[in-house]
Design a protein around this ligand. Structure first.
Ligand SMILES: [Fe+2]
Length: 288
């Protein structure tokens, strides 16, 4: 059976370069008009100024200010406490989290994160969010094309110290993603996140004008110390995203970003990703 999906390896080679990325995004995107919120449709996220959100991401790398309703957060928390997740995304290490208790106390050894992987597909609430007209409209406006769903992940991050390599594997060091020539990620906190519970952090504006070296080495930027990356792009541009359960933000993952390692409290977060192309296997680690 032939697979007409574009090859991931080539995209990862070329998408590192801003100029190539811009050309490819223009050539590869769908010619159809991007989706808008229909008159009869309403978003779970309420009223959204799609144009202004997309414009903010274009300049700042990220828009903060989405909000899930309380009942949706509760549904996702119930799902999280009744479904098996996998320690360090290892299918041989299933684990069941009991509510949002201080998880550190009964955590199996070397558990830095725990992902629901493909089990997240069992959540009807998540399915609704993936098809939400507001979310799809923001994605389509930003992408300039119909949004292709790349994958979703619900995962815990635990306050467990780790080496640089372990932190890199858990995306807890500054890096940027190369999942397509143009792609976008929505994030929603499902527990309250303050500075001690692993806030997502990004460096404003770094989705463009990266240093040539950082474009050349692509995802291997994760090998560079955070301090050096911050020194390069300015500490004043580092933004830590804190918010209560339900708080959401949407980011261009080509900017430098990381999930800060929690120091005191665990964090439960949902992320949903869309792109202009379907590469099929790009998020094997999520169980997509
Ligand atoms: Fe990332």
């Amino acid at each position: 059976m032939s697979d007409s999906r574009p090859p991931t390896v080539l995209m990862r080679k070329f998408a590192r370069f801003e100029i190539v990325r811009d050309w490819a995004a223009m050539l590869l995107k769908s010619p159809t008009k991007p989706r808008e919120i229909g008159r009869e449709e309403s978003s779970i996220l309420g009223n959204l100024d799609v144009n202004s959100i997309a414009a903010t991401i274009e300049t700042d790398s990220c828009y903060q200010g989405l909000q899930l309703p309380e009942d949706v957060v509760q549904e996702l928390l119930e799902f999280a406490s009744s479904t098996v997740c996998y320690i360090n995304r290892d299918l041989k290490r299933p684990w069941r989290c009991k509510g949002t208790e201080q998880v550190g106390a009964n955590l199996p050894k070397n558990s830095r994160l725990c992902s629901y992987m493909s089990n997240s597909k069992l959540s009807s609430t998540l399915k609704k969010l993936e098809k939400d007209p507001g979310i799809l409209a923001i994605a389509a406006k930003f992408l300039g094309a119909q949004a292709v769903h790349m994958g979703s992940e619900i995962s815990w991050s635990f306050p467990v110290a780790g080496t640089h390599v372990q932190q890199r594997e858990a995306a807890q060091v500054f890096h940027y993603d190369l999942d397509d020539y143009r792609f976008i990620k929505f994030f929603f906190y499902l527990t309250d996140v303050d500075i001690s519970s692993g806030p997502h952090a990004y460096i404003r504006g770094t989705h463009k004008d990266k240093k040539l070296l950082h474009q050349l080495i692509g995802t291997r930027c994760a090998n560079i110390d955070d301090e050096k990356i911050v020194e390069c792009y300015g500490a004043q541009n580092v933004v830590n995203v804190c918010g209560k359960a339900g708080f959401g933000f949407v980011e261009n993952p080509l900017c430098f970003h990381k999930g800060t390692q929690p120091t005191e409290k665990p964090r439960l977060m949902l992320q949903i990703e869309y792109a202009i192309n379907d590469y099929g296997n790009i998020h094997e680690a999520w169980g997509s």
